[in-house]
Ligand binder design. Structure first.
Ligand code: CO8
Length: 376
């Protein structure tokens, strides 16, 4: 068994931002158009009018102030309300592979590695652009990696679950250098016309390089002390889009074919699960939450992270958004499985050699994944 380190991370950040004000303006124009179009049915009481969204609500309920998107025009067009992507030919690099390769190249550069050093690529994300060939195999080719690649999806926990697979492969000796890449094009699977969730997601891609500790040469390394995964079935976050839709003669535009959730229920059920999970994982290493220098938590909701941190270390010790539990969701929104990795990528400066931190994701499934790391 080999010791394993995270030796580099990368982040692809899309070129466009949408502020809450821009988002709400487009949404409210959509609502007005719909209400005008259905004025007679609304007046007859046959249809309920749609209601405006509000910047104040979004910031208060979620902590999100803006999001990055790969394409902005389609999302903000009140007659469309989803991004506009040109279909690419089979000979062209697909969009997920393009942003994946960029994040991977950054992670490799940070670790002082090249594509040819990599012997496995795991593409771990909440949505895949196509059924096959696997996105991971296309990314593997784009960066000049050897070995093998596969795709995996555990929604918001895809990246941490991918890290465990990579750590196990390196620990057991089946691979020496593995990339876990999480291209999250959430804008294509968000229902931008639903007031309850139109503000939640943003696009991004992260990459994490996992290597054998005795072979890694990166100036900054994080030993992976352990990983712990759990799933528990829930319909509270669900998306019924899939290859069976055609055969079931279901409407591809139906509401259940994009992201759907019972936000309150998710909030109430996942917070205690995530806090207990982290505590139990730390206990297996005889570590107390108070000994942890940083928590890089999943980035879905400011209030969720506040409560998790409070349960772990007490209200006096730290709040979400402090150094102890950095926030990136104000800038990036919820980026599905990439959130905790963005937090780790951007907010790990200042920790000393020997300091311990926890990366933890939580989301649909339900699924929770934690990775305990120690700075070399
Ligand atoms: N503007 C103004 N008012 C609004 C709006 C709005 N946009 N939306 C709702 N309201 C109103 C409601 O109508 C309600 O009014 P009333 O009290 O009169 O009925 C009131 O505000 C309160 O509504 P809620 O109770 O719904 O609001 P919450 O305080 O619960 O906040 C949140 C909603 C922010 C969604 C919150 O519940 C939350 O964040 N929950 C947790 C969500 C979460 O963590 N989800 C994780 C899922 S992500 C995941 O696993 C990845 C999936 C794969 C990604 C796919 C990509 C697309």
């Amino acid at each position: 068994m080999h010791a394993v380190v995270i030796s580099g991370t990368g982040l692809y950040q899309p070129p466009h931002t949408i502020s809450n004000a821009e988002l709400v303006e487009a949404f409210n124009r959509y609502v007005d158009l719909q209400n005008e179009q259905h004025a007679a049915a609304i007046a007859a009481g046959d249809r309920a009018p749609l209601t405006h969204s509000s910047v104040e609500f979004i910031e208060k309920a979620s902590g999100i102030k803006q999001r990055y998107v790969i394409e902005k025009g389609g999302v903000l067009d009140p007659t469309r309300m989803y991004p506009r992507f040109a279909e690419r030919g089979d000979e062209e690099l697909s969009l997920m592979a393009e942003i994946g390769a960029e994040a991977c190249r950054q992670a490799l550069a940070a670790a002082g590695r090249q594509g040819s050093d990599v012997d496995a690529v795991f593409c771990a994300a909440a949505n895949m652009q196509r059924a096959y060939p696997a996105m991971a195999v296309e990314i593997q080719q784009a960066i000049g990696a050897g070995g093998y690649g596969f795709d995996m999806n555990v929604a918001c926990s895809s990246a941490t679950f991918g890290i465990e697979q990579a750590v196990n492969a390196v620990r057991s000796g089946t691979a020496k250098c593995v990339l876990v890449v999480s291209p999250e094009i959430t804008s294509a699977h968000l229902e931008w016309r639903d007031r309850d969730c139109h503000f939640i997601f943003g696009d991004v891609c992260t990459a994490v390089l996992i290597e054998r500790a005795d072979l890694a040469t990166a100036t900054e390394q994080w030993e992976v002390l352990g990983t712990k995964l759990v799933t528990q079935f829930s319909n509270a976050i669900r998306n019924n889009f899939g290859f069976m839709n055609r055969s079931e003669d279901s409407d591809p535009g139906a509401r259940d074919k994009t992201f759907k959730q019972e936000g309150r229920k998710v909030f109430k059920e996942v917070v205690p699960m995530a806090a207990a999970h982290i505590e139990a994982h730390l206990a297996t290493m005889e570590l107390q939450p108070s000994a942890i220098k940083r928590f890089w938590l999943h980035q879905a909701n400011l209030g969720m992270n506040q409560l998790i941190i409070k349960k772990l270390v007490g209200a006096e010790a730290g709040v979400a958004g402090s150094e102890l539990a950095p926030l990136i969701l104000d800038e990036f929104a919820n980026t599905a499985s990439a959130g905790s990795i963005i937090a780790f990528h951007k907010h790990r400066a200042g920790l000393q050699s020997g300091d311990t931190g926890v990366i933890c994701s939580f989301g649909a499934g339900y699924s929770i994944g934690s990775v305990i790391v120690r700075k070399h």
